[in-house]
Write a protein that binds this ligand. Structure first.
Ligand code: ARG
Length: 436
């Protein structure tokens, strides 16, 4: 942290978008990741159209002492420049066929865009330096593509040197072959290669759309590849560029630690994405394994108690598990999220849904929810009206009713009699979590 007054201003700013607890959690987490904190891939269109927001978002990270490694593209600029100069080019599988003359233009443009970013950063008091073609050692494996590099190895020396001097490295996606030939690399592919080598905790893609868009034009908040990848690859509404990106992201996540994640967002929302649980953009993780149990072992019972107490920040009453007779449990393999369903009434009642505080923001909650929903087409539940999860509940429920300080929700219940039974049941249940 540079100095205390900057720190104060920053925390105040952050506070306006998030709770202090969340900010502190992420600041501590990211700071402890050190030089492996994050790689940020900046789409070429952002440098062209959104450079102010980009520079201030990066300056912000720099101010709080976080040093991401930055790699940028220049795709749209390159296409229009090539068109203007009448240089023909093609794409094969999303990779630009690069002739000698196209490469000349690419080199020129990467330099120019890199410089633009450096200048914008410098205007925000960020110390940054260019790395133009000395990071990626390449070979040319597909002659059809012309001067396009396949990354063989990464030269960390220039990157480390800059980081050690407190400088942000700004990398262009150009490589060099053994014979000293400069080659063009698709910027996403270069970013992924860098990620595989550096093994960051976070990989961030800044794009103009700010995330992956679903068929209703909404940004998908979280994607768990284990559960969602195959479906997304089949989806007609997902355009081919995004499929390519997702495939690369899957490949990357398979080579990173299970805690690592990828965020796709836009500069304006980068801070929110990083420092809040709910984020702003698309968070992609390898995913979670969720299992269903009818009975729990003693150890699992203790785990469940821990999850509930951490998630609710309270104490679970000692007779909670003995009170309900017919229940089902959904537990994440990592033992950090759980759902307890009770079948003591006609329609399944979701008695507890808890995610450990330290695991919030990882898409774990939605993974457990999804698994539970696969085997419960009807259910009802309640939550305190002050609980921030209500936003999610209101989105997923078919209806809800307020009662005193409870919100009572349901899904799939059409029969009025049944519904009023459920509402009464939920309203009269005595609380099982105490707060003192
Ligand atoms: N701040 C956390 C992170 O950066 C959580 C982000 C959640 N984002 C989302 N789009 N759901 O890892």
């Amino acid at each position: 942290m540079k100095n205390n007054s900057t720190k104060k201003i920053i925390l105040k700013l952050l506070n306006s978008i998030s709770s202090e607890r969340e900010i502190k959690k992420y600041l501590e987490k990211f700071s402890s990741d050190g030089p492996n904190f994050a790689i940020i891939k900046v789409g070429g269109a952002i440098i062209q159209n959104d450079i102010e927001n980009l520079a201030s978002a990066l300056a912000f990270l720099n101010q709080v002492g976080l040093k991401p490694i930055i790699i940028h593209g220049a795709g749209p600029m390159l296409s229009s420049e090539l068109d203007q100069r009448g240089i023909k080019y093609d794409f094969i599988d999303g990779k630009r066929v690069t002739s000698h003359s196209a490469l000349m233009v690419a080199e020129e443009l990467f330099k120019q865009e890199n410089k633009k970013l450096l200048q914008a950063l410098s205007a925000n008091n960020v110390n940054a330096k260019p790395l133009l073609s000395n990071v990626f050692n390449c070979s040319i494996s597909n002659k059809e593509l012309g001067l396009v590099g396949d990354v063989q190895s990464i030269n960390m020396e220039p990157i480390n040197k800059l980081l050690n001097n407190g400088c942000l490295p700004i990398i262009a996606p150009l490589g060099i072959t053994k014979d000293g030939q400069i080659v063009n690399i698709n910027a996403d592919i270069a970013a992924v290669a860098l990620g595989k080598h550096i093994q960051p905790e976070k990989m961030i893609f800044l794009t103009e759309t700010g995330g992956i868009i679903d068929s209703h034009q909404n940004i998908i908040s979280t994607i768990n590849l284990n559960a969602d990848f195959d479906e997304l690859m089949k989806a007609e509404w997902l355009h081919s560029g995004m499929k390519l990106k997702l495939q690369q992201i899957e490949e990357l996540l398979n080579s990173l630690s299970s805690k690592a994640s990828v965020s796709i967002t836009k500069p304006q929302y980068l801070t929110k994405e990083l420092f809040t649980d709910s984020g702003s953009g698309t968070l992609i993780k390898k995913g979670h394994i969720i299992k269903e149990f009818e009975n729990l072992s003693n150890t699992q019972e203790n785990t469940l108690k821990e999850i509930i107490e951490s998630g609710f920040n309270g104490y679970l009453s000692s007779n909670f598990l003995t009170e309900i007779e017919h229940n089902k449990f959904y537990l994440s393999h990592c033992n950090r999220a759980a759902i307890v369903m009770s079948y003591d009434s006609n329609i399944p009642y979701m008695d507890k849904f808890a995610v450990m505080d330290s695991a919030k923001g990882e898409g774990l909650g939605s993974a457990v929810w999804k698994k539970m929903r696969e085997s419960n087409s009807q259910l009802f539940w309640r939550s305190k009206s002050s609980n921030p999860i209500n936003k999610f509940y209101i989105n997923v429920c078919d209806g809800f009713q307020k009662y005193k300080n409870w919100n009572i929700f349901w899904i799939g219940i059409d029969d009025y009699k049944e519904l009023s039974f459920c509402i009464n049941y939920a309203a009269s249940k005595s609380p099982s979590v105490n707060y003192e």
